[in-house]
Ligand binder design. Sequence first.
Ligand code: 2PG
Ligand code: MG
Length: 435
Amino acid sequence: MREIARVSGRRVWDSRGRPTVEVEVALRDGSAGRAIAPAGASCGSGEAIDLRDGGRSFGGLDVTRAVVAVGTDIEPALRGVDAADQALVDARIDAADGTGDFSVLGGNAAVAASLAVGHAAAAARKMPLWAHYADIFQTAPSIPLPEIQIFGGGAHAARRVDVQDFMVMVPGASSFDEALAVTAEIYRAAGEIMSERGQLQGVADEGGWWPVFESNEDALETLVAAIERAGEVPGERVVISLDIAATQLCVDGGYQLVLEESRLDETRFLDLLEEWRRRFPIAAIEDPVSEKSVAGMANFTRRNPDIQVIGDDFLVTDARRVESAIACGACNALLVKVNQAGTVSRAVAAHKAAAAAGWGTIVSARSGESEDVSIAHLSVGLGAGQLKVGSFARGERTAKWNEVLRIAEHFGDGDFAAGAPLASTWWGKRYGSGL
Ligand code: 2PG
Ligand code: MG
């Protein structure tokens, strides 16, 4: 019996130098596990509450209340529970909070505890976390296609450009290692181009180059140039993916583009995105409209059935929102962020709801991260086809890519998702059956 004996919390630090919650779980058999809560900057309003102290310390972002809740509420709720019973563990955490949005315990305390229990259970079972997850959630593990940021923008770069993530995917790669290697060349080429133009100014929150551009199109043109300089033909092995994070741009129902000094209504904004996808080899767009605009999301998905339309702030890793989006044809892929949901079980429920409808799922990190690699294991264990953890620099990002490289050694090349998640997109139709 892998009974939980002790659950303790501590304050640690994230990649933005902000406080966050770490939870450590010890089992009666001596096994232990720990996990660290991540934190977003561009958050959906329906996310589990990231509990902060307020006041003056650390800009109000201290986590004393959440850390205390681990000892006063979460430990008593979990003591004696079988750590391998993640559903019961998460139900107990849910009940201890009692609000549904984790505003009492803090989603940060809840998610760190939920993940830490999985690590402890996997240790007790003497198996890797990904294998433990695949077993308890009855999923088929696989190695995901990475989605990697080259330029950071939006809320991660002081709104220097409007679009938040300019990313690439290498669906034409034959292994995870090859996908990373191709991306490394593109990342390097992009840095060289910025340097030659005198525009190299370090990196944004997730390790992508700081976006010194004249316009959003300038960023896209530079990305295409970097792909070419890396010796690739844009749109063949390599495609572009954008996270618009449009909720952040939305003011009074219109979309404000800072560099272009324009304000567009939703129809004209969607026209602009469609113009970009005609000009550039874009295979996926995340949050193209505000989280409030169900009609806009359904409209964009209907008009662009041949790209991935991914819901992040729009769906907040909530199975019920996924079900209603499926019913009205909004989105065709789900971003899975465990801390948006608050527990692993809730995140897995959202993943399963999406996968059952034939949607792709992308397990994702947050802009505030740490050395914690739980989501690398979750993406493999669930067989989610894609993984997004930011860019190719900074240790909190490479920790996750490197962990998947290690895990992939237990798999064959045939277990790499490669372009399969993009099968229904224009890329899949053009190249999917074999490059
Ligand atoms: C997103 C994430 C990661 P944040 O919007 O998808 O890029 O950002 O963690 O700030 O919400
Ligand atoms: Mg997003």
